[in-house]
Structures are given as structure tokens and as C-alpha cells.
Design a protein around this ligand. Structure first.
Ligand code: FDA
Length: 506
């Protein structure tokens, strides 16, 4: 294969990658971003970039014959699963036996598909999770910077109280209050001002038209509109799409050489090439980055990588559950897709839980209150390299999610007792009131301070950096992208100040 060269290469285009690309570009470093998904900027035959959740098509999922919406029998019921043509769609579900991991694919990574919730973790818990990271610096500089760059905004409380679109959240709040629990607004990167105009019928609807998980056609400040737009604006950054990194090695000059497999929109391999660089920034996400490094270590391409690569993975304690309300507690046929409120019982030392009040936008009254609970589950998974498939396998047993189920159960048992309500058993299969076999929040695999130094520098390999969610040791207590972004800002500040110019050879 021919070998191209760039001073710096960023793998992936999610949160960590986008921060790296912008800060490298601003520092004048010519940077190539390689992303396995496509660029989502062109409208399809229906005039829209992303498919509607109610009528998913090939754009919705990554090379599937059928869509696999979470809880598809009921949640997002508009999203009845459909047969589709395999295509590089925007949402992927990576199945590892007892654990399935949802991830975004495309320029912008998870920001294209996620619920936009942008909380900052409790400072005390952040310090428990990452004790060696200077919390003053994080809370004084990097969290505020991340929030500002991402366009985090708060819902107007008066509008929240009055709009039919958040009735479902107000009902859940009432039941939390009856239980003596506290709720808190959750900031978001969806533009709440835009949402208000949607409600007023002034602009095309997105969050109020059931859009989320397969992309939002309007309103959401995904990374392609924030960090990545700014990165391209520096003139030093280019993005190459439909290019998957399948190997990395080091040449005799000490440069990193990536093997890239290019595909077309039908998934046919259209080219294998090599791309060399002096500085390699891995932002392929918890699964992607861990797989790249684990493969490199196990195949002997980068044999001195830390034994900690592939360890310390967790699903951020994610568990979903649902309650059935009394007939008088209607949740409304109209529900915004962006959650805006959470039950915050994280300070309950005996049973910390942060439970987001999730919509169930079915277009009809269903009396269901839905939640995504984030719990403090100490269990961790590890990855092993499988040479037969050349991929990373997650070792995670269903029993490892028991602490999360138990914690969510304690909280929602209380809520049910105080409100004389019951769980819904029909939503998650197997007559189970808790969904404990998938996560939206994969974290860890190349943990900060273990597989890397305290700034994401891969141990044993100068010029090789990790910048994404794989650095976070399995748990954060809140949704992760603001923290991933802030840690990447911290890393890039340090690397650009200390590690010298990237362009040794030009
Ligand atoms: P991220 O996963 O964003 O990006 C990795 C990128 O690398 C992807 O674009 C991928 O295609 C690419 N890639 C992977 N392997 C590659 C390879 N070998 N070669 C080239 N490219 C490769 N979080 C939150 O804070 N608030 C929320 O409301 C939600 N809601 C939510 C809903 C849903 C449905 C999902 C799936 C996820 C969320 N999340 C969330 C989680 C959040 O989106 C997630 O934590 C971040 O996107 C992770 O950011 P990273 O930078 O780690 O990687």
C-alpha cells in the first residue's frame, strides 16, 4: 500500500477526537482526522439528513438488515423496527454476549445520536473516580471551557412548568417529591430556545417530532456544528470518512503507521492504505480505542503497551426501568425527546442513584414513567483480543450488573411504595422490570493513570495519546460527554505545551 503522511492524525471524530483536532489545528499542526462513519451533511430523497424515528431506513443503523432500537417493542414505539439495506448508518449496537453497547458512527461520533444531556459530575465523586486529576483545574478551567464550547444550555423553568411537552417529567417529579426525593434540571446541548419555537410552530420540529438516537435534523449542537466546525475553520484540519483504522505500528523512524480500510456506501472495501504520522491521537471511543491498542499489543505491533490496556471497563451503572402510573397521572401524548430533569439521590451514601426522567414519545397516552438510572456499580469488565476475528471481546457477565439493578431497585421500590404504583414488566423482555443488558455509556479500557500517564500519553510510546471515553474508569455518576470533553481539553493543553512540535519531518 502507498503511505501518506501527516504530522498529526486523530482517529475518530467524537468528543475527545474533536477537541484534539481543534487544538492541534489552532496550534498550526497539519492534522488528518480519520472516521469510519460517513459525513452527515446531505439530505436524502426525503429532504432530510437523518431518518425520522418513526420511519427508520438504511441511514438509521450501521450495516444491519434490520433496525435494532433499544426496547423497540415499546420505547420509542414510533420506531417499530424495520428491515433495512446494509449501509453505514448513524447508530451502531455492538453486541458482547451479556452486554450490548450503543455507539454513534459518523463525523461527530456519539454527538449525532445521543440525548444531549450535559451534566457535570459531582466534584466529590469526580475526585473519587480520578483522584490524581487536579479538581481545582477541572472545575475552574476545563469543565467551564467544555460547556461553553459544546453550547450547553438550560431549559427555561417557566416554559418547563407550562409546556405539554414536559408533562411526563413533571409527573415523575411529583412522584419523586412524594417520596421525599430531590429533582434537578439537566442541562443539554439541544437548543432549548429552538425547542420553544418548535412548540410554537415557528420552525421545523426535531426534538418535538420524536427525533433522537438516529440523529436530529434540527436543534442539536452536535460536534459537527461546534468543535469540528471550528477545527476545520483553522485551515489545518481535514477529515477523511469511511476509513477504518484496522492496525497501527511504529516504523524505524519512530513514526506511527496506521493501516486504513476504506469502504463505499455499500460496505465494499475500496482501498487499503497506510498513513504515517509523528503524533497519533486515539479518539475512537471506549470500544474503538481499546480495540486498536489491544490488537497492537497482542499482535506484537506495539508490544510494550501497558498490561492495563483492555482493563477497567464499565457501563456507568446504566439501568433502565419503567413504572405504571394511576389513570389520573397522565404523562401526555406529546413528549420532547430530550430529557431535562433527573432524580438526584447521588448524595445518599447508602444507595447513590442519579435517575434521568426519560421520555417515551409514542404519540398516545400510555401512563408510563421511564427512567435511565445511573448507579455506582463497582464491577468492571476486561477485553481480550480474539485473533480469529481480529477484534476485542468484552468479558462481562450479566451478574456483574446486579449491583446496578439492586441500587435502582431500592430507589424505585421506594417511589412505588410512596405512590402506590408498580413497575412495568412488559417492556424489557423476560418479564423483567429493569433493562440491564445494554449501555449508552461505555467507559474505560485505557484508563487514565494506568494504561496512560495522567495526561493520556500511552505508556511506552512517545507521541501516542488517548483522548476519549476509554480514559474514564468505568463510572462517572452522570452522563459522560462533558467530562470526556473537559479531560481532552486538559490533555491537549498539556501536550501542546510540553511535548514539542509535532512536525519533525514535514
Ligand atoms: P465517540 O463514541 O463519541 O466517538 C468515537 C468515534 O470513533 C465514532 O465516530 C466512531 O465511528 C469512530 N471510530 C471507532 N473506531 C474507529 C476506527 N477503528 N477507525 C476509525 N474511526 C473509528 N452522553 C451524554 O453525556 N449525554 C447523553 O444524553 C447521552 N445520551 C446517549 C444516547 C445514546 C443513544 C448513545 C449511543 C450515547 C449517549 N451518550 C450520552 C454517550 C455519549 O455519546 C458518549 O459517551 C460519547 O459520545 C463518547 O465520546 P468519545 O469521544 O469517547 O467517542
Amino acid at each position: 500500500p502507498t503511505t501518506d503522511y501527516a504530522p498529526a492524525v486523530v482517529v475518530g471524530s467524537g468528543y475527545g477526537a474533536a477537541v484534539a483536532a481543534l487544538r492541534l489545528g489552532q496550534a498550526g499542526v497539519r492534522t488528518v482526522v480519520v472516521e469510519m462513519g460517513r459525513l452527515w451533511d446531505t439530505a436524502g430523497a426525503d429532504g432530510k439528513v437523518f431518518p425520522s424515528t418513526g420511519a427508520p431506513d438504511q441511514r438509521s443503523m450501521w450495516f444491519r438488515n434490520r433496525t435494532e432500537a433499544p426496547l423497540a417493542t415499546f420505547l420509542w414505539l414510533d420506531v417499530v423496527n424495520r428491515d433495512i439495506t446494509p449501509y453505514p448508518g448513524v447508530l451502531d449496537r455492538v453486541d458482547f454476549g451479556d452486554m450490548s453497547v450503543y455507539v454513534g458512527r459518523g463525523v461527530g461520533g456519539g454527538s449525532l445520536v445521543n440525548g444531549g444531556m450535559a451534566p457535570t459530575p459531582r466534584r466529590s465523586y469526580f475526585s473519587e473516580v480520578l483522584p490524581e486529576v487536579d479538581a481545582d483545574e477541572m472545575y475552574g478551567t476545563y469543565f467551564p471551557r467544555a460547556r461553553q464550547m459544546l453550547g450547553v444550555n438550560d431549559i427555561d423553568p417557566a416554559w418547563f412548568e407550562s409546556t405539554e411537552w414536559y408533562r411526563f417529567a413533571r409527573i415523575s417529579r411529583k412522584h419523586a417529591r412524594n417520596t421525599g426525593l430531590r429533582t434537578t434540571f439537566v442541562p443539554n446541548v439541544y437548543d432549548f430556545g429552538y425547542m420553544k419555537r418548535e412548540a410554537a410552530g415557528q420552525v421545523p420540529r426535531s426534538a418535538l417530532a420524536g427525533e433522537v438516537i438516529y440523529g436530529n435534523n434540527h436543534g442539536k449542537r452536535s460536534l459537527d456544528k461546534s468543535y469540528l466546525a471550528a477545527a476545520l475553520g483553522t485551515g489545518n484540519v481535514t477529515v477523511e470518512t469511511l476509513q477504518r483504522v484496522v492496525a497501527v505500528r511504529r516504523d524505524t523512524d519512530g513514526r506511527y503507521v496506521l493501516t486504513l480500510r476504506g469502504i463505499d456506501l455499500a460496505g465494499r472495501v475500496v482501498g487499503i492504505r497506510e498513513l504515517a504520522c509523528n503524533r497519533l491521537f486515539l479518539g475512537a471511543g471506549s470500544l474503538g480505542t481499546t480495540e486498536i491498542l489491544l490488537r497492537a499489543r497482542e499482535t506484537g505491533a506495539l508490544p510494550d503497551l501497558s498490561p492495563a490496556v483492555g482493563t477497567g471497563w464499565g457501563p456507568n451503572g446504566n439501568v433502565m426501568t419503567a413504572r405504571a402510573n394511576h389513570l389520573w397521572d397522565t404523562v401526555g401524548a406529546r413528549q420532547a425527546t430530550m430529557p431535562a430533569l433527573g432524580i438526584d439521590d447521588w448524595d445518599n451514601a447508602a444507595n447513590p442513584v442519579f435517575a434521568e426522567i426519560a421520555p417515551l414519545p409514542m404519540g398516545i397516552e400510555h401512563w408510563v414513567s421511564m427512567y435511565l438510572a445511573i448507579t455506582k456499580n463497582p464491577e468492571r469488565g476486561t477485553f481480550t483480543y480474539d485473533p480469529a476475528t481480529d477484534s476485542a471481546r468484552l468479558n462481562w457477565h450479566i451478574s456483574q450488573n446486579q449491583p446496578a439493578v439492586a441500587a435502582a431497585g431500592q430507589l424505585f421500590d421506594r417511589i412505588n411504595r410512596c405512590n402506590v404504583t408498580i413497575y412495568r414488566y412488559d417492556l424489557f423482555g423476560d418479564n423483567k422490570p429493569f433493562a440491564d443488558t445494554f449501555t449508552y455509556h461505555p467507559l474505560g479500557g485505557c484508563v487514565l493513570g494506568r494504561a496512560t500517564d495522567l495526561y493520556g500519553r500511552a505508556k511506552g510510546y512517545p507521541g501516542l495519546y488517548v483522548v476519549d471515553g476509554s480514559l474514564v474508569p468505568g463510572s462517572l455518576g452522570v452522563n459522560p460527554f462533558v467530562t470526556i470533553t473537559a479531560l481532552a481539553e486538559r490533555t491537549m493543553d498539556r501536550i501542546l505545551a510540553e511535548d514539542g512540535p509535532a512536525d519533525r519531518t514535514r
